[in-house]
Structure formats: structure tokens, C-alpha cells
Design a protein around this ligand. Structure first.
Ligand code: ASP
Ligand code: MG
Length: 439
């Protein structure tokens, strides 16, 4: 069994959806096809939900109508026969009637999540209609029948696996299963989701749940690149990464893969491949547990970082200071990315500012607090970085002209992280690109 996940751009145009159909019928392997919403749809649904939350019903209605029109154009270009077109019309009608009913009732959080779920429901149903039109045997597998999260919004992998095995057991002969990424049920049995970009996470959870041979993530780029192609002038795809390396890259800014999607694959040792819908035979990136090569493989950057420094003369020779500091962040459920310490001060970085004021106020009980906003973490990722000679020297030489606020080295064998002011990000990525890689 393999999992094939296609992102929004891979299903976002009728001709792209036809390509997806070609890709899933290239071999006769058993597969679960996981689809995102058509590109732009989730954003549109978010904006509809935002308009409703702000009680701007006219604006919401306008946005619903625009999205509706998009789907009416889409299905006509996707499907040929009268029979399948009328099926698609019914599907679209059902989902937009739902959105229009919501306009009339009072808005709440649960309804907002219902709205967000419409994108994946529409994309999978339309794709399934295409398969039916072309007489390609497939089974429609509603994600809401098996995908679930607990009261902490954590996926219930064991239950997901049990449910999926029962469902799949009903179709021993079938080869193609189509399901939604992103959406799930929560502990109150309401429709919920795995957060933006969560279709990758769905694919990897499903892969772990059925012990798949491989999880293929199909996008519109030829794998994970060694630097950010939007920022630097040359990059290349990386053929192989370990789970740990991929997790660092995904977390620290490589947009191609949702960071949470690494752990299920890593825990159940299922290879993940990043492949390109436009160039299906290109190598892409393979992520496995194997750690290969030494030295730097890639750079990534994470924006929107805030550094907080707590300075205390009482930290000198005292124990328990760090625990007190960390407890403040724990209390406000704010996770820390980087830490550096000196004998009298500790600096940490966070990206979630929702409780910044409360955090600073409590930290002031322990020492002098300084906050620097608009920082960027530059993450240098590879294998055995701390053990490979000269890497840090090259990093520092490349960044000779840039002020560095924090350095984190040796926390893992896979990563050196630097904190710079956001205005230096592009220059830092470009200089490191030249200083660390052979071109
Ligand atoms: N459609 C959802 C989003 O845009 C989930 C995904 O595509 O991964 O965030
Ligand atoms: Mg994505």
C-alpha cells in the first residue's frame, strides 16, 4: 500500500486534476489518494468565515458567490459526459447550499470549522466523479469516518488505524481509495481540521495507520531545496534526507512539507518522498531514517521571531532559575525555539506572541527583561554538523558583515541556528549559500 497526497496546486486546475488521475493509474499498486482543497479555496473559506465572525453577511455572501462561480467553471472544464456533469452540479449545489444556510444562522467556532472543511470535501468528490466518468475503479473514503483528534487536538493514531483497517477490509479487491486531507472529527464529534497545511499530516498519519510502504507528497516543486528559491539566486533539490534533518528543515521554514507530518512516518519508519506533479519522473527528495553524508545539506529561515532576554544577577551560582523561566512559557503554552545562556542571562525565542505581555510581566519577577521583535532564525541543517571540521568557521566567515543576535550550536548533530534581525535575512541566506555549498 502506498499513500499519494496531492496539494492544492496539483488539483487546482481541471487539467491538473487529469494529471493526478494519470499519476495514480501509472501502476497497479494499492493506494490511498489524499487530496487538498483546490488552490485558493481554503483561503477563500477562511475569508468567508472571517466575514461571518465580523457579522459582515453581505461580504460573506459576495465571497460565497465568487467561490461558487469558480466551481461552476471548474467542473465544466473537468468533466465531459452529461451524467457526470449533473453529478458534479449536485455536489456543488449541496455544498454551496450549506454555505448559504450558514449565512442565516448564528455563527460560532464549530461552524467556522465546518466551513473550512468544504474545500477538501469538494475537491475529493469532484475528483471521484472524474474517476467514475473514466471508468476507473475506486473507493471513496470519507476522512470524517476515520480521522480524529483528541481534546488536545492530537491525532488519535491508534483509533485511526483500527477504523481504517476495518473500512479497508471491506474492499479487499480494490486498488484506489480517495480521501480528504486536512479534515477530521474532534473529541466532541464535530468537524475539525489538522490546521493549515495539514493535508501532509493527514497523509503521513494514514501512512502510519496502515503501515504503508511509502508516503508520496506530490507538489509543484522537485523536492526539498538546499535553500529558499524565493530568496537566493540558485538552489538545488536534495536527493536524500534523514527524518531528523527533514523535521528541522520543515520546522524552520521549508514550506514544502508540514512539520508535524514527519513524526508519524519517523515513528513507524515509513519513507516519505517529495515529488513533482509537473515532472513525475524527477528524483525528488527521499526522507528515510538513514543518516547519510556529513556536513551541511540545506538552509532554511523562519520569520516572525521574537527574542526575549532575562538577565538576573541572582542567576549566578543559583539552581532552579531556568526552571522558573521555562515554567512561565509553559503556563502560557508558548513553545520556545532557541535558547542560549550565559552565567547571568538567558535568551530564548518564540514565534507565538499571543501571551507576550503576560509572559514579560511574569518574567520581570525574575530579572531584567528585554524583548526584540522582527527577528529571523537561520537554520543550517545537515548530518554530523558539530563533528565536521570547519563548518562553524565557514558559517561565521560567510556572515562576517551581519550582526548575529544568538547562536545555537551542538543542541543536535543536525543543526546550527542563528538569530538575526529580519532585515539581514536575505543577505545571510545568500552569503551562506555561497560560503557553504560547492556550486
Ligand atoms: N487545504 C488546507 C490548507 O490550505 C490543507 C492543505 O492543503 O494542506 O491549509
Ligand atoms: Mg501544503
Amino acid at each position: 500500500m502506498k499513500i499519494m497526497k496531492f496539494g492544492g496546486t496539483s488539483v487546482g486546475k481541471p487539467e491538473r486534476m487529469h494529471q493526478v488521475k494519470d499519476l495514480i493509474t501509472r501502476d497497479n499498486e494499492k493506494k490511498i489518494v489524499v487530496l487538498s482543497a483546490l488552490s485558493g479555496t481554503t483561503n477563500a473559506l477562511v475569508s468567508i468565515s472571517d466575514a461571518l465572525a465580523a457579522a459582515k453577511k453581505d461580504l460573506a455572501k459576495e465571497r460565497i458567490d465568487a467561490l461558487h462561480q469558480h466551481y461552476l467553471d471548474f467542473y465544466k472544464a473537468l468533466l465531459k459526459t452529461e451524467a457526470s456533469r449533473s453529478k458534479a452540479e449536485k455536489i456543488i449545489k449541496e455544498h454551496f447550499e450549506f454555505l448559504n444556510i450558514i449565512l442565516k444562522i448564528s455563527f460560532n467556532e464549530a461552524i467556522s470549522r465546518d466551513i473550512l472543511a468544504q474545500g477538501e470535501l469538494l475537491s475529493t468528490k469532484l475528483f471521484y466523479t472524474l474517476l467514475q466518468e473514466l471508468d476507473i475503479p475506486a473507493v471513496f473514503l470519507p476522512a470524517l469516518d476515520f480521522m480524529s483528534i483528541d481534546e488536545n487536538s492530537e491525532p488519535e493514531l491508534k483509533k485511526i488505524s483500527e477504523r481504517l483497517k476495518v473500512i479497508l477490509g471491506n474492499y479487499p479487491e480494490d486498488r484506489i481509495f480517495v480521501t480528504q486531507g486536512y479534515i477530521c472529527k474532534n473529541h466532541r464529534n464535530e468537524v475539525d481540521n489538522l490546521k493549515r497545511g495539514g493535508s501532509d499530516y493527514s497523509a503521513s498519519l494514514i501512512g502510519a495507520a496502515v503501515s504503508a510502504d511509502v508516503v508520496e507528497i506530490w507538489t509543484d516543486i522537485d523536492g526539498m531545496h538546499n535553500n529558499d528559491p524565493r530568496v537566493v539566486n540558485k538552489t538545488r533539490p536534495i536527493a536524500q534526507l534523514s527524518f531528523d534533518e527533514a523535521a528541522e528543515l520543515a520546522y524552520f521554514g521549508a514550506k514544502i512539507l508540514h512539520p508535524a507530518s514527519i513524526w508519524p512516518a519517523q515513528q513507524y519508519n515509513i519513507p516519505v518522498k517529495l515529488l513533482n506533479t509537473m515532472e513525475p519522473d524527477a528524483l525528488g527528495t527521499t526522507i528515510t531514517k538513514k543518516e547519510m553524508g556529513t556536513g551541511v545539506k540545506a538552509l532554511a529561515a523562519k520569520d516572525g521571531i521574537t527574542a526575549i532576554k532575562i538577565k538576573s544577577t541572582r542567576m549566578l551560582l543559583a539552581y532552579g532559575f531556568l526552571r522558573k523561566v521555562f515554567e512561565v512559557f509553559e503556563k502560557y503554552k508558548t513553545s520556545i525555539d532557541m535558547i542560549t545562556t550565559s552565567e547571568v542571562a538567558v535568551s530564548v525565542t518564540i514565534d507565538d506572541l499571543s501571551h507576550l505581555d503576560e509572559i514579560v510581566k511574569e518574567l520581570e519577577g525574575y530579572g531584567l527583561v528585554e524583548v526584540d521583535k522582527n527577528q529571523t532564525i537561520i537554520s543550517i541543517v545537515g548530518n554530523l554538523i558539530a563533528e565536521s571540521k570547519g563548518t562553524l568557521a565557514k558559517v561565521m566567515n560567510s556572515l562576517a558583515g551581519i550582526p548575529i543576535r544568538m547562536v545555537s550550536y551542538g543542541g543536535s548533530r543536525h543543526n546550527v541556528s542563528l538569530l538575526v534581525e529580519a532585515q539581514y535575512k536575505n543577505e545571510a541566506l545568500q552569503s551562506l549559500n555561497e560560503g557553504l555549498f560547492e556550486w
